[in-house]
Design a protein around this ligand. Structure first.
Ligand SMILES: NC(=O)c1ccc[n+]([C@@H]2O[C@H](COP(=O)([O-])OP(=O)(O)OC[C@H]3O[C@@H](n4cnc5c(N)ncnc54)[C@H](OP(=O)(O)O)[C@@H]3O)[C@@H](O)[C@H]2O)c1
Length: 340
């Protein structure tokens, strides 16, 4: 029987998790919790997604022509697994409800790590998910960094320094910025991203700095890794260890995030989503013990494969990480973004 899944919060991440669940016969989407009656609700309802709302908001949804399926607490009762995709910090408050309804839950990277038993990224610590009830999938930038580091092998890493060039906001968030500035995105070194990496791989020497730039189209990372063993990895080896989640594109063919999202459009990806880390082939240098690379990370999409992978662990469906990765890759069409 498919596992019954609820998605609590239907924004950038929640709607993508819901779409991925709908493609997967191992899971059944019971419905989504929506808190504000808006255009996203209308579109979801038209797609046949069952909408659950807070009791005191039901009339507002009805006045928009949307008949809610029920109240949010009904959704939690019906589900066997809850994805929390609420705004950062809200998940910790919602956890009280998940405990009350005795349901396991997957949280997102905007939550403090203490919300969950473990912070998670598939290529690093899938086996730790088995038997857990509360797991936090780390954020987009952290996922992008961890896929690289765990593909290189954590035991082989001496030191990491990464510069994160962060998108200002998601496309629909037209109230956010910066609009015409480059903003230092942290009050200290390291930025929180490096600390977040350590919540998954432990006390590895990782330092990050971040700036935010006026774009909605992906992040870029410039990463330097000092390795313990030489010769250092080839780009082919990195791609192989990345199990489809890391692909390479030459910047002589596509040198910008705009062009990468155009490729996603051209290959028919839903919402132009790029689930893979895109490492620029010609921006990869490995000499002796020093590896440098530039990669692009699609903030809206990169955590979606990890969110689906984790369900196989938390629900004790599959112990073999590679079977899970192959299955989720195949469901999301990961691997169709051709190597150039
Ligand atoms: N966007 C990214 O680039 C990105 C990438 C990786 C991870 N994350 C993480 O994913 C999480 C969600 O981020 P997001 O970008 O998807 O946020 P978002 O687009 O702002 O969506 C948040 C959703 O939460 C809903 N919500 C409001 N109150 C809620 C409550 N009490 N309980 C549950 N849901 C509630 C909102 O519903 P209404 O619209 O109905 O009010 C909204 O749909 C955060 O932890 C974030 O850090 C985000």
């Amino acid at each position: 029987m498919p596992v019954k899944v609820a998605v609590n919060g239907y924004g950038t991440i929640g709607k993508r998790i819901a779409s991925a669940i709908l493609k997967n016969s191992d899971f059944h989407l019971v419905g989504v919790a929506k808190y504000t009656p808006d255009y996203k609700t209308i579109i979801a309802a038209k797609q046949g997604i069952r909408i659950f709302v807070p009791r005191d908001e039901a009339e507002a949804f009805k006045s928009l022509g949307i008949e809610p399926e029920g109240y949010v607490d009904y959704l939690f009762e019906e589900a066997e697994l809850i994805y929390d995709a609420s705004p950062g910090g809200q998940g910790a408050k919602n956890k009280e409800l998940y405990i009350k309804y005795r349901k396991p839950a997957v949280f997102q990277g905007g939550e403090d790590p203490s919300v969950a038993e473990i912070s998670y990224s598939t290529l690093c610590n899938y086996s730790s998910t088995l038997g857990k009830r509360y797991i936090r999938v780390v954020s987009c930038n952290t996922t992008g960094l961890l896929r690289i580091l765990c593909s290189l092998g954590v035991a082989n890493i001496r030191r990491v320094f990464a510069t994160i060039i962060r998108r200002a906001s998601d496309p629909g968030e037209d109230m956010k910025g910066p609009v015409n500035s480059i903003r230092v995105d942290s009050t200290r070194i390291p930025s929180h991203h490096g600390l977040d990496v350590k919540t998954v791989i432990g006390n590895v020497d990782v330092e990050t700095v971040a700036v935010a730039v006026p774009t909605t189209l992906m992040h870029m990372h410039v990463i330097e890794v000092m390795l313990k063993n030489t010769p250092c990895a080839s780009i082919e080896e990195l791609r192989k260890q990345g199990r489809g989640r890391i692909v390479t594109v030459s910047s002589t063919l596509a040198d910008s995030t705009g062009k990468l999202l155009e490729i996603a459009r051209d290959i028919g990806r839903p919402r132009n989503d790029v689930y893979e880390n895109i490492v620029f082939t010609n921006m990869f240098s490995c000499r002796e013990d020093r590896l440098v690379l530039i990669q692009a990370v699609h903030q809206e999409a990169i955590v979606i494969p990890e969110n689906i992978d984790v369900a196989y662990g938390i629900m004790n469906i599959e112990t073999d990480v590679y079977k899970v990765v192959d299955k989720v890759n195949s469901l999301l069409g990961i691997g169709q973004l051709h190597v150039m």
